[in-house]
Design a protein around this ligand. Sequence first.
Ligand SMILES: [Zn+2]
Length: 214
Amino acid sequence: MFNEVLSLILQRSCPLCDRATAKYLCVDCQRRLERDQLTNPTEFWQQRIFAWGDYTDTLKRTLAALKYDRHPELGILLGEALARSWIAAKLQSGKLTVIPIPMHLEKQKQRGYNQAELISRAFCQMTGDSHHPSGLRRVRATEALFGLSPQDREQTLTQAFDLGKGIKQNRPVLLIDDIHTTGATARAAIQVLHRHQIRVLGIAVVAKPRFEKR
Ligand SMILES: [Zn+2]
């Protein structure tokens, strides 16, 4: 995994525009990405959602490159960006258990990695929080969700997760995902943790659509 990331970085061509670059993105794309950063990442904190950026334009393209175009190194870029804004927001003083939302296993096998885990790993390296990539497990296939009504979808999702290993019950959990859309996935994950008397501080995501589409 590390070598794969390294070799991708050493190619040094911007994954969004193919221009040469020494960084994850070229200067222009990086600047454009920063335009999608929310001025107030705690805008949704009342609902316990912390978001780095608006799911639009360059951030949307960066996430697509991370997920569908084999650019795992962008998970580091986005995880560090999320960590910087999280640290600046000072929402938590003690150490957290950080758990990425797990992917459906078949999907992860195809992709080779879980983008939420890459983001949370980079996040923890910067914040010093405790990273638990296997804190939650997917226990059933949820690929058929698209055809379901919102209620059925929610019901299917609550059975989608199980508690993994090594979670300290006395430490609050911060969930991490790449994007927060309907919130059904996050709610299902939180339910499982609550069922095991684990406190959940909230969920931190790289992108959140500002206006929910129904
Ligand atoms: Zn570029």
